[in-house]
Design a protein around this ligand. Structure first.
Ligand code: C2E
Ligand code: MG
Ligand code: MG
Ligand code: MG
Length: 289
């Protein structure tokens, strides 16, 4: 019986794996057409200054409206885009779209675009970025590129030259998800970052009594300040977290406490109407999703 059970399970697993592979292949097929069919959208989440409580910019976050499956989260398709090389055209589209949208906003509002390590490894990236900026007619300083530290770990031939070329364009650079990977302090020296984005895993649990996250955030913000960089705390959801983030010296906040990612029209509306509702929000209850 044990033997049968074992064989049965093996059979079950391989069928499941097969089904998974097929679903992935179908999604890949769909992703190939998504761009041309206009199924991809950029949504925008406000980045808020802790001192002025004004929106200083937005992070552009990609969304896929699949004709049958509905909204698909980037966690499910960015990796697929990277594995298939589709990240190059999709990433270029994201840059162009974000630049076109920021052109509709007041001149001091920035947009931050996530750049995959594979885009970063593409020697054409500076030309693509320059083109997107020129086409939209925006100033380069309105565009911030978010890069994760994985670009330092991969075997990208000329990381320094790429950073220099991007910097020369006048765009801003942000180190995304700081603290999640190997987070060497050396990375902060290696590239001319304007901003460190503190990963939301440090914000979660900030209010728990024995958490060391406060000490970690304080060190990051003071280091950033000494290096002339701004800091954004990601994923702030509650008033208590917001109070602590302010206390620990982060210059900017992003999170559901203020706003979730909005479509282009709603983002523009937010800019016109301002934030405002946060002070009335619950103290420690999580914002609804
Ligand atoms: P990320 O760059 O770290 O983006 C922040 C993520 O945190 C976003 O998830 C955002 O919706 C989410 N978030 C913001 N505030 C809160 C909060 O208060 N609580 C919680 N729980 N989450 C919050 P999203 O939009 O699902 O994107 C996930 C990741 O996908 C991004 O992480 C980024 O790495 C990647 N991604 C998104 N758009 C693009 C893109 O256009 N290009 C590339 N290459 N990657 C992208
Ligand atoms: Mg990001
Ligand atoms: Mg992040
Ligand atoms: Mg992330």
């Amino acid at each position: 019986a044990a033997k049968d059970g074992g064989r049965g399970r093996l059979h079950f697993y391989s069928e499941e794996l097969h089904a998974e592979a097929e679903a992935r292949a179908r999604l890949e097929e769909d992703l190939r057409d998504a761009l041309a069919k206009g199924e991809l959208q950029m949504h925008y989440q406000p980045v808020v200054s802790t001192s002025s409580e004004q929106i200083t910019g937005f992070e552009a976050l990609m969304r896929w409206q699949h004709p049958e499956k509905g909204w698909i989260e980037p966690q499910r398709f960015i990796q697929l885009a990277e594995d298939t090389g589709l990240i190059q055209p999709i990433g270029e589209w994201a840059l162009r779209q974000a630049c076109a949208d920021v052109a509709q906003w007041p001149a001091d509002v920035k947009v931050a675009v996530n750049v995959s390590p594979l885009q970063f490894a593409n020697p054409q990236l500076p030309a693509i970025v320059a083109n997107a900026i020129a086409n939209a007619g925006i100033r380069a300083s309105q565009l911030e590129l978010e890069i994760t530290e994985s670009v330092f770990l991969s075997d990208i031939a000329n990381t320094d030259a790429m950073f220099a070329a991007l910097k020369k364009l006048g765009v801003r650079l942000a180190l995304d998800d700081f603290g999640t990977g190997y987070s060497s302090l050396g990375y902060l020296k290696k590239a001319p970052f304007n901003r460190i984005k503190i990963d939301q895993s440090f914000v979660r649990g900030l209010t728990e009594p024995d958490s060391h996250n406060g000490a970690i955030i304080t060190s990051i913000t003071s280091l950033a300040q000494a290096l002339g960089m701004e800091t954004t705390a990601e994923g702030v959801e509650t008033m208590d977290e917001l109070d602590l983030i302010r206390h620990y010296g982060c210059s900017h906040v992003q999170g559901y406490i203020y706003e979730r990612p909005l479509d282009r029209e709603a983002a523009l509306e937010r800019l016109e109407q301002g934030l405002g509702a946060v002070a009335r929000g619950p103290r420690s209850a999580r914002a609804p999703r």
